[in-house]
Structures are given as structure tokens and as C-alpha cells.
Design a protein around this ligand. Sequence first.
Ligand SMILES: [Zn+2]
Length: 402
Amino acid sequence: MPMRTEGQVSHRLCDACGQAALEPFTDLGDIPVLCGVHWPEAAAAAASPAGRMLLGYCPSCAYVRNLAFDASIMTYDTAMDTNLHHSPAFQSFSADLVRHLAGRYALAGRRVVDIGCGQGEFLRELCHAAGCTGVGYDAMYAGSTGPDPSGASFHSGFAPRGRDLPRFDLVTSRHWIEHLDDPFEFLVDLREQAGDRPVFGYFEVPDACYDLATAGWEVIYPHVSYFGASSLFRIAERAGWRVEDTGTLFDGMFRFIEISVNREAWSGQPLRCNGPVNPPHPAEELATLAGFGARHHEQRALWQQRIADLADRGAKPVLWGAGSRAVQFLTLTDRAHRLSAVVDLNPRKWGRYLPITAHRVDPPASLADLAPQAVIITNPAYRSEVAASLADLGVNAELLVA
Ligand SMILES: [Zn+2]
């Protein structure tokens, strides 16, 4: 089992393939632990916990993990808001996914369990589109609990383990297994609960190859694991699942895997299965990892300098977006508060402060008066959306993608 003593990280076998020891390769130092939380007071935000990010990788399947992860300092509750559904680009992607799942699996009258359901948007839409019922769990779920008219019912808390989990025909879990200290054990438990019933699973994670091919703003403390095609395939297979398909979504940022057991007994329409039969070789992922450390530290230095230059020439640079990726960016590049503002579409964040750096979040409308000449975003997927919003506000600014 993993042990951490005096800053040393001990030998840990790969969580995904179980075949090689994880090798440390990049140390990001101390970063915010609660990167999805925002505080009413700047001082409390600044005093929030930090934790070390020391990445290790598996030479066999390219699985990546924070070897210094400490589960005891990571908490999930309704104060944390990692909801992506405020963005039209994400809403449209999620609606397409619902249509895909509803068309692929004959779910009418069946039950979907959604583990890490966020605020329930996806499960509600799926129940509505597919005529199924659903049970959603999330410690960050802040809505009303119990059944709702969509056919879904919601629980604010972690999904029960073992036999306490309701019977399910399809288990979905989007952007959750990368948060788990032991994702292998989680998948084994779900496999055991499926028993001899025909069961499918849909899992979605940030794609490691995407995250680690860029500067690494998405390498955040709550993300313990970084999965690519090979490691996600291997961990699911090793946990006893059959892999149906894997691929990337949302401009390559996300990776999905569809898995099954006892699928022959499923009485629904036949699956169009064209997924990989064997785990893909991780050559490309291993090459990406090899360059990550240098790229990350270069980009940190570059953006620190760039923000300073923009501020020095009076361009009043601002950051658009206050999600976890933005929090990481601020921690790594703007501890000196050279940015003129940080804005976000989510009204729950307005007037509140981000962890460690204690930047205040303002509404995008505030940019009309500020008139910045440079607006930075950390996620290229939102480029056209943010450009349109700036045009609506009458802000004529250069849009920079970090
Ligand atoms: Zn491995």
C-alpha cells in the first residue's frame, strides 16, 4: 500500500495495470486542495489547505498518479462547485451524449445509477430521453433530494458501497473516478454488484494525453489519477469488465470508456461495437509524459512574464473563468495579483474569493466598465463562446488562450 514518509514516496504498483512500479517524473510543488471552493472572505480563502502534487507514471500503460496524494485533506461537500453546466458549449456536448446513450442502450424501464452526478443535469436528461429511472449520488449535490419528476432520485453524499448500492442496468460516472484514492477497488466493487446480470457502464474522465500535452492547468489536487486510452482500458479489464469502446470527446479533452458484463443476456437492441479489442499501446502517451515537466515549468514562467508585461503597459489583463483550471493557473502564475480581474459566468461565485491566491470573482458584465485590452482563458474549448460574450459586452480585447 502507498506510504508517504518525510517527503519520500514509496514504491507503488500501478493502479491501472498492476504490472509495474510508478516512477516519479514531475513535481508541481504545493497547490490548492479545495480548488472548486470559493470563500466569502479573502483571508479564509488564502488560508485554505495546500497539498503536494508529485506525478508518477507507469512505464507499462502510461497511467499517471499523484504519488503525494493525501486523502485526509481532500473533502467534498456542497460548498464545492465544479459544475460545468453553466457553459453552453458543455450543455450542448452533454445533450449529445444523452442522445447517444439513450440510442445505444435500450434503457426504457431500466435503472441507471450515476455516481458523482454533480447537480443532476445529466441524469435528469437521460431519464427524460430514455424513459429509464435513475439514482444519482454526489457529495457536492446541493439540490432537493429524493425523487423528482424526471424519474431520477438524488442523494447528497457518496454512493453506497457493496450491496447497499441499488441494482442497476447501466452505471454512469462522469469526472469522478479520477478523484478516487483507489479507482481499481471502486471498479471491482461495481463489477461484483453486477453479479451475473447483464450490466453496462459509461465512464468519462479528463484525457491524460490532453492534460499532459498542455501546460497542465488541469493537473489539480482533486485529480488523483490521469487516465489515457491504455490505462483506462487496463484498469477496467483488470477489474473484471469487458471493454466495449473508448475514445475522446469535447475537442479531445475528455476520454470515455464503455464497459459491460454478461452483455449477451441484454435484451435491448444490438450494440454497434467497434471499440478496441486489446488495450492500445501507450507509445504516444509515454512520449507526451516525457515532455510534461519541462513544458509545465516553461509555461508557468512564460505566463507570469506575459501577465506582468500586459499589466506594465496598462492593458489591464483579466482572466475569464474561475473553475478549477483557472484556480490552478492563478496559483502558478499570478500570486502577485497583476491581473485586473477574474470573472466567471456562475453567479454563485460572484463576490467570493478563490483558494490560496484569494482572487475575487466578478460577473463578466463588470468588464464593460473595466475595458481590459487582454482577456485570458485557460480552456480553448470556450474560445468562441467567450469571444461572443465579449462582443455582446462591447469589450474590444485580445483573447489569449493559456
Ligand atoms: Zn500500468
